[in-house]
Design a protein around this ligand. Structure first.
Ligand code: DSN
Length: 421
């Protein structure tokens, strides 16, 4: 075996899978709200020789030798993250958003303690207390949700549940919520009831970093995120906290919940935080929001109902069941036309999560490709054309043509595909 053989020479199956994935990403409209396309710089860092390095511990306090350059990556990532969000402390080792949240639970809670978290079917996340997740098994979970009329977070309900159940921790943040979250109000509820707050900003981190969504950092003791959604970095997690919790949080990440950190991913996170501090990135985040608003307007203009009546951020939830189809069928029909979304339950859904009444649509990835409001109008109409005629082959062909026309004008990764030879 030669160390220097190309991927193509070594493993034709994986080589082809990667090349086909480049084509899939290039040829389709990626509207999954939690996905994005990273820069060449991030890809290079994540694909670097740091994948070879063990670095258990933290900079200058490692359990392995040879960590001089790994320390640079982790220090840069931590410091840049702190600066970007104005946080006292950052830990960039969590492998995922769920592990970032787990670190906070391990810092503060004992099994059986009470968490007040947002219901998954109202927009929350598995790791905020769902029964099938470790959180639902280890802790006593009380759930809040959205108001039935407004479909926005019911802060009054949150307050009365907090008063009644006295949780140790209130978890806020969402994976399918289109409106601004009032982190300050949540902190006031926590202060009045003796709880601490974890704000999980995985979805909106890019908006928060650029001041386009109010930040939880000044208010809440803990803020977790992923780095690969609006933040447009490598797949992974990170967590910030007030100084007084820093030492305990670090222990909860390592050795509490993880072994060796992924140094190559921390290098990618460092690059991502540098990119996120740029003016270009702020313009990009503004465009994500403008694009979501334009897409929402187009879809609503075609008489589809949006949960909560619209969007303030990068995503929207379309109630396709009100239009006579399930989320599952809508996702499948759109996929045939190379438009990728995910079926999603909507608040008070009557369908199971495998069927769902809604689809979730987000604009971060298409905005990275350079698409703007005019393209959002085209995309919105393509989606609605197809959802109004999901069985019609002629409509499908027309929508496929529309997708091809659009994607060919905004090429993705094609010029650098030899990186993966
Ligand atoms: N949070 C999920 C998503 O938004 O797609 C992934 O865990």
């Amino acid at each position: 075996m030669s160390l220097y053989k190309t991927l193509k020479e070594t493993d034709s199956v994986i080589y082809e899978a990667i090349q086909n994935e480049i084509d899939r990403q290039n040829d389709g409209l990626e509207l999954i709200a939690s996905e994005n396309f990273v820069s060449r710089a991030v890809l290079t860092a994540v694909g670097s020789v740091f994948t070879n390095k063990y670095a258990e511990g933290y900079p200058r306090k490692r359990y392995y030798g040879g960590c001089k350059f790994a320390d640079i990556c982790e220090d840069e990532a931590r410091n840049r993250m702190k600066e970007l969000f104005g946080a006292d402390h950052a830990n960039v080792q969590p492998h995922s958003g769920t592990q970032a949240n787990q670190a906070v639970y391990f810092t503060l809670l004992n099994p059986g303690d009470t968490i007040l978290g947002m219901n998954l079917s109202h927009g929350g996340h598995l790791s905020h207390g769902h029964p099938v997740n470790f959180t639902g098994k280890l802790y006593n979970i009380v759930q809040y949700g959205v108001n039935k009329e407004t479909e926005t977070i019911d802060y009054d309900e949150m307050e009365s549940l907090a008063k009644q159940h006295k949780p140790k921790l209130i978890v806020c943040g969402a994976s399918a919520y289109a409106r601004t979250i009032d982190f300050k109000r949540i902190q006031e509820i926590a202060d009045a009831t003796g709880a601490l707050v974890l704000a999980d900003i995985a979805h909106i981190a890019g908006l928060v970093a650029t001041g386009l969504h109010p930040s939880p950092v000044p208010h809440n003791a803990f803020v977790s995120t992923t780095t690969h959604k609006t933040l447009r970095g490598p797949r992974g997690g990170a967590v910030m906290c007030k100084e007084e919790y820093a030492a305990d949080l670090d222990k909860a990440v390592f050795p509490g919940g993880q072994g060796g950190p992924l140094v190559h991913v921390m290098a990618g996170k460092a690059v991502c935080f540098k990119e996120a501090a740029s003016d270009d990135f702020k313009s990009y985040q503004k465009q994500i929001i403008k694009n979501a608003a334009a897409l929402a307007d187009t879809i609503q203009g075609r008489d589809f109902r949006l949960v909560s009546g619209g969007t303030d951020n990068h995503l929207m939830l379309v109630d396709v069941f009100a239009h006579g189809i399930t989320g599952k069928d809508a996702e499948k029909a759109l996929q045939k036309a190379h438009i990728t979304v995910n079926k999603n339950t909507i608040p008070f859904d009557t369908q199971s999560p495998f069927v769902a009444s809604g689809i979730r649509i987000g604009t971060p990835a298409v905005t990275t490709r350079g698409m703007k409001e005019a393209e959002m109008k085209v995309i919105g109409n393509l989606i609605c054309d197809l959802l109004e005629n999901i069985e019609d082959e002629k409509t499908l062909d027309k929508v496929k043509e529309g997708v091809k026309d659009l994607t060919s004008k905004f090429p993705l990764y094609l010029d650098i595909r030899d990186m993966w030879e």
